[in-house]
Design a protein. Structure first.
Length: 259
């Protein structure tokens, strides 16, 4: 009986281990893309601290971020609630098998404009966060390679490389370290066309929101070339039913109940 139990346990564990070993870089990227999403909606409020690492100048901005899913596809809204950019709103709409569509609304202009695909890697309004990162990277625009797994402290991690398909990309690749259990990227390194490290992202203080959603409550994005840093600190994060009518380019100037 003891031998039979050992055999059954071995058979039950082996396929899972084999499956994990056989995952490709793209498989892992898809898992991360699908994880930690809310069908109901997420409301996140926090602050951004922008630091000039040369002069020491600091600027702080409050923000609110809303996300939901419409027909299984992600939609995200980001809005600054303070500073000279107060009211500036950014909308990302995920499209099936297509590039994400993004719109920027500036109060000074009064109407939204669509963000060009060529601008998706550019930084958002003096921060060190790329436009595409505000709404989530479209994994179909990249190729992937899996590297050897690593252990960061006591956290088991996947390591993948992400290569842009676009020839006009300003990056050669990104190396991404992902918490296996929570499927959260905890560190990212971006390399330019010459292979030089130009940008890093660290995600810390990962907490559980709702039933099965994990989210980093602190992110540090450093532009090594510009010697500039953006520190994102969350003040609150919760699941909530959100009015899907907000996620419309023609309503980007409207006030949200969540503000």
């Amino acid at each position: 009986m003891k031998k039979l139990l050992i055999i059954l346990l071995t058979l039950s564990i082996l396929p899972i281990s084999t499956y994990a070993e056989n995952l490709t870089g793209r498989d892992i990227a898809k898992m991360v893309d699908s994880a930690n999403q809310s069908e109901m909606g997420l409301v996140i409020k926090g602050s951004m601290i922008l630091k000039d690492l040369t002069s020491g100048d600091i600027e702080k901005r409050k923000y609110c971020n809303l996300s939901t899913k419409v027909n299984g596809l992600k939609r995200t809204l980001f809005r600054f609630e303070s500073s000279s950019y107060k009211g500036t709103t950014f909308l990302t709409i995920e499209k099936p098998n297509k590039k994400n569509i993004q719109y920027l609304y500036l109060k000074s202009i009064g109407s939204p404009r669509q963000v060009e695909s060529s601008d998706k890697e550019n930084n958002f309004l003096d921060t060190d966060i790329a436009n595409e990162d505000l709404g989530g990277v479209n994994i179909n625009e990249y190729n992937y390679n899996r590297l050897a797994d690593r252990k960061i402290g006591d956290v088991d991690c996947y390591v993948i490389e992400q290569y842009p398909k676009s020839k006009i990309s300003k990056y050669q690749k990104h190396t991404i370290i992902i918490d296996k259990q929570r499927l959260i990227p905890i560190a990212v390194k971006a390399y330019n066309k010459g292979g030089r490290l130009v940008k890093t992202i660290r995600e810390k203080d990962i907490r559980k929101i709702g039933k099965n959603i994990f989210y980093p409550f602190e992110m540090i994005i450093t532009d090594i070339q510009k010697k500039h840093q953006t520190i994102v600190k969350l003040e609150s994060a919760k699941e909530k039913i959100i009015n899907r009518g907000y996620f419309n380019k023609n309503r980007m100037n409207r006030t949200w109940a969540e503000e």
